[in-house]
Design a protein around this ligand. Structure first.
Ligand code: HEM
Length: 450
C-alpha cells in the first residue's frame, strides 16, 4: 500500500473491518456490492490479499496494466495447479467449495507450454468447425423450446427457466449427445454448479462424457466431440473426457451469466429501450461493467519474485479480477475517451477464452429471440430486490423474475436443415420417442421430433 494514501475504508458490512487480514470474497456482502469491494481493494495497490473461501488465501490483481502483464508472462506465471503450495501442504480443505474449480485436471486450462498449445489447438480447431448459421439455428430451436415451456404463464424466471438451461441444451447439440447421455450431462453439470450433491453430479457427468467418447470412437458424427477426436493432436480417451468436460464447464456457467446479466441490464436500464443495436450494446456494457467471470485466471509464480511492488512466493495462488481491472480508473477513462483498449472479460494472453465468437453469437440469438417472442417482457420485481449468488468467481443472478403478455406455444422447430444432420440425429429421435418421460434432454428431443 502507498504510504501516502489514506487508510482504506472497508465497504459496509465487510468482515475485513478491523481485521487487517485477507478480504473475504465469499460472503453475501461481497455478492451484494462487489464494486464497493473492488474500490476498497484498489487501496492496497495493484494487488490485494483476499480470501476465496474460509481458509483459502490468494493475491488478487485489480489493476489493468498489472493484470495484462501477468496474463501475458507465461514464463513467470504458470497455470499448472499442481504448483499450488497451500494445497500441496494440506492448508486447503479438499472439500472447500473453491477446490473443484481450482484443483488440477489434465486439460488446456491447467497446462503450460507445449502441452497447452497442443490441447488448446485441438479445442480451438474443433470449435472453429462449428458452422455459425447452424449454431444460430440450433440456439433458436432451443430458445423456442424453452420459451414454449413458460410462454402461456405470463411470467417466468428468466434465469432458472431460460438463461441457465439454454447453454446446456446448446452444448448437448454441439457435442451430438444422444438422449440418454445428454440427460446425464445436463444433470451432472447443473448439479456441479448448483452445489447440489456436487460429488455425485461430477461422477455422473464424467461417466456420461466417457460414454460419449466411446460412442463417438465407434460412430463419429458431424459434431465437436467427433472433430476433437479426429484432430491431429490425437487425444487419448482420458484427454478427450477432460477437454469435453472443460468445454462444458468453461462454456455453460459463464454463458448462462452473460445471457442473464445482459437480460438484467436490458430490463433494468431504460436507456436501451429506444436504441437500435441495443442487444450488442447491452452485451458490451455487461462485459465491461458486470463480466460473468469476475475474478479468475488462477496462476502460480514459477519462482519467488517481485511483481507490481509486491513480493510473491513460488506456488502462491494469484488471480486476476477482470471486473476490477475493467472498472478501474485507468480503463474507465480510456473507455470514455473512446480508446479501443479492450476489456478483460474474456481474459488475455495465451489462456484467453478461445470461444468468444460462438459465446457471443449464442448470447445474441438467445436474447434477441426472447425479446422477439415476448416483446413486452419486463421485470416482475423491483431491481434492487434481485439477489446475486455468493462466490468469488462468477457474477451471477440467483433469479430474474419477469412478466409479459401470455403467448400461445405455437412455435415448432424449423425442420429445413434437420435432414443434413449427423447420424446422431436419427439416434436422437429414436431415443426421444422411446423416452417420453426421460430427462430434460429427452424431452427436448421429443419436442423436436414432433
Ligand atoms: C461457447 C462458450 C464458451 C466456451 C466453449 C469457452 C471455453 C473456454 C476454454 C476452453 C477456456 C480455457 C482456455 C485455455 O486455458 O487455454 C476458456 C477460458 C476463459 N473463458 Fe471461456 N468459454 C465460453 C464462454 C465464455 C464466456 C461467456 C465468458 C465470459 C465472458 C468466458 C470467459 C473466459 C475467461 C475469462 C477465460 C480465462 C480463464 C482463465 O484464464 O483461467 N468464456 N474458455
Amino acid at each position: 500500500m502507498d504510504a501516502q494514501s489514506p487508510a482504506p475504508v472497508p465497504p459496509p458490512g465487510c468482515p475485513a473491518h478491523n481485521s487487517g487480514g485477507q478480504v473475504p470474497l465469499h460472503g453475501p456482502e461481497f455478492a451484494a456490492d462487489p464494486q464497493a469491494y473492488y474500490e476498497y481493494l484498489r487501496h492496497y495497490g495493484p494487488t490485494a490479499p483476499v480470501e476465496l473461501a474460509p481458509g483459502v488465501e490468494a493475491t488478487l490483481v485489480t489493476d489493468y496494466a498489472a493484470a495484462l502483464q501477468l496474463l501475458q508472462d507465461s514464463g513467470a506465471f504458470r497455470k499448472d495447479a499442481r504448483r499450488w503450495r497451500a494445497f500441496n501442504e494440506g492448508k486447503v480443505a479438499p472439500d472447500s467449495p473453491v477446490v473443484p474449480l481450482l484443483a488440477y485436471r489434465p486439460n488446456c486450462m491447467f497446462s503450460d507450454g507445449a502441452e497447452h498449445l497442443r490441447l488448446r489447438q485441438a479445442v480451438t480447431d474443433s470449435m472453429a468447425r462449428v458452422d455459425s448459421r447452424r449454431l444460430s439455428q440450433r440456439t433458436e430451436q432451443v430458445s423456442n423450446y424453452l420459451i414454449d415451456q413458460f410462454s402461456t404463464r405470463g411470467s417466468a424466471d428468466l434465469l432458472g427457466d431460460y438463461a441457465k438451461q439454454l447453454p446446456l441444451f446448446v452444448f448437448n447439440e454441439l457435442f451430438g449427445c444422444p438422449a440418454d447421455i445428454g440427460d446425464r450431462v445436463l444433470f451432472g453439470i447443473s448439479g456441479m454448479f448448483d452445489g447440489v450433491n456436487a460429488e455425485k453430479a461430477a461422477e455422473v457427468l464424467f461417466q456420461a462424457v466417457g460414454e460419449l467418447v466411446a460412442l463417438k470412437r465407434s460412430k463419429p458424427g458431424e459434431d465437436v466431440a467427433s472433430w476433437l477426436m479426429q484432430h491431429e493432436a490425437r487425444l487419448t480417451d482420458e484427454e478427450m473426457v477432460h477437454q469435453l468436460a472443460l468445454l462444458l464447464a468453461a462454456g455453460t456457467e459463464p454463458l448462462r451469466n452473460l445471457i442473464g446479466n445482459t437480460l438484467h441490464r436490458l430490463l433494468s436500464h431504460d436507456a436501451y429501450a429506444h436504441r437500435g443495436g441495443l442487444i450488442d450494446e447491452a452485451i458490451d456494457d455487461t462485459l465491461w461493467e458486470n463480466p460473468p467471470m469476475s475474478n479468475f485466471a488462477p496462476h502460480y509464480p514459477a519462482a519467488d519474485m517481485e511483481f507490481a511492488g509486491q513480493k510473491l512466493q513460488a506456488g502462491e495462488l494469484v488471480l486476476v479480477s477482470f471486473a476490477a481491472a475493467n472498472t478501474g480508473p485507468a480503463l474507465a477513462a480510456a473507455r470514455q475517451a473512446g480508446s479501443n483498449r479492450a476489456h478483460l472479460a474474456w481474459s488475455a494472453g495465451p489462456h484467453a477464452c478461445p470461444s468468444k465468437e460462438p459465446a457471443r453469437q449464442i448470447t445474441v440469438t438467445a436474447v434477441e429471440n426472447l425479446l422477439n417472442q415476448l416483446p413486452d417482457v419486463e421485470l416482475a420485481v423491483p431491481e434492487d430486490s434481485l439477489a446475486w449468488r455468493p462466490g468469488p468467481f462468477n457474477r451471477a443472478l440467483v433469479a430474474l423474475p419477469a412478466r409479459f403478455t401470455p403467448v400461445k406455444p405455437v412455435r415448432r422447430p424449423s425442420r429445413s436443415d434437420d435432414r443434413t444432420e449427423a447420424p446422431a440425429r436419427e439416434e436422437q429421435s429414436g431415443a426421444a420417442r422411446a423416452s417420453e418421460r426421460g430427462g430434460l434432454w429427452s424431452q427436448f428431443l421429443t419436442w423436436l421430433a414432433r
